[in-house]
Write a protein that binds this ligand. Sequence first.
Ligand SMILES: Nc1ncnc2c1ncn2[C@@H]1O[C@H](COP(=O)(O)OP(=O)(O)OP(=O)(O)O)[C@@H](O)[C@H]1O
Ligand SMILES: [Mg+2]
Length: 214
Amino acid sequence: MFITFEGIEGCGKSTQVRLLRDYLGSLGLEVLVTKEPGGSRLGKKLRSMLLSMENKDITREAELFLYLADRAQHVQQVIRPALKDGRTVISDRYADSTVVYQGYGRGMDPDILNRMNLLAAAGVWPEITFLLDLPPEAGLERAMKRNKEKNIAASEGRFEAEGLDFHRRVRQGYLEWAARNRNRFVVLDASGDELSIFEALREKVNQALRLEQF
Ligand SMILES: Nc1ncnc2c1ncn2[C@@H]1O[C@H](COP(=O)(O)OP(=O)(O)OP(=O)(O)O)[C@@H](O)[C@H]1O
Ligand SMILES: [Mg+2]
């Protein structure tokens, strides 16, 4: 099974990914946790190019192609082989991030982006995508607090540095895109505490695991 997590900065993706990894591990499943950008060796280089403030002059098209390159490499080198081995793969961000950030966020056409994703993802599509929905103010506050605790400079991320308008478009974009892809999206209110969010999430995963047995 392939599960992805989506949502704005600081909504709690990495936190829920860890909780789910531990839970699935406790059931005896072999789990691979990975992320985008940066899920492959080449991808790590692309990630530092993509997130660095040094590249704040990048055009939105160049940015798009770097994300797609990261995904193509990630799918072929990491995700598909793990799924073939029977592992459960959890990815912290995947194809929907491109549609939402480059599409709803930067103003490119979501349907064209979706088609480019079909090429980059080479037919590897998640069974479940969790969207952790949170107002951007709350997400940015969580992210800022986390960065302070970990001593990461606020100016380090190109996306954290975007204005509130951008993050609002991204949040709305996620909700719209999730509504257009109801078959695999599960939208969760991410404003509660970590464990109650995880309770709801685990219920959905259990359902999917039961279905998989038939
Ligand atoms: N439900 C929650 N309530 C309050 N704080 C939370 C909750 N979930 C996570 N956090 C805290 O908020 C911060 C951001 O969470 P996390 O790193 O999981 O988000 P993220 O979506 O992975 O962010 P990014 O997009 O920047 O990677 C962390 O310090 C985390 O401990
Ligand atoms: Mg994270």
